[in-house]
Design a binder for this molecule. Sequence first.
Ligand SMILES: [Zn+2]
Length: 168
Amino acid sequence: MNTSTQADQTQVALRKAIERKDETSYLWTRGDTQPFVPRVLPHVFGDGRALLALSTLNQRPAYWVIRVDSSWDDDEIHEHMEGILNQLEEAFGRGRCGYSGNSLFWTKRERVGACQCQECSDGRIRARWPMVDDEGGRSWSWMKWPVGFNVEPHPVHSRANLLCAAAA
Ligand SMILES: [Zn+2]
């Protein structure tokens, strides 16, 4: 099996394990709550052997799962956070108007007061999870690989583990 095929299979298996409807917690959106499906970022940072769960203040408890390099520590994750958010926005879209910062999760009526750009004034445009709304901040935590993956202990973080190098 060549390496890229194996890498693709890891990604497919991870999505299958992660991207299931969370029946116990609900994504709060203005006026209602809904179960959410966590999403795996397609982009892999470095060797992709460690996992993070990332959520934003406005969208928690919904979260994305991100594969990062096994050598990254907390500081490095902090340094890479802008890059991670950019990749999330590229993959899933941005839930904020680029001109006014209006939330596109709001209805057209709530948006047009502050901004009349094409997006804000188009009633058909309504942002939905997993689009990114990082206004107000975000939080992240280490995460273990789901059951069924070949893992080894993380050398530093007990709340994380690493995908075995041979399986990555
Ligand atoms: Zn706008």
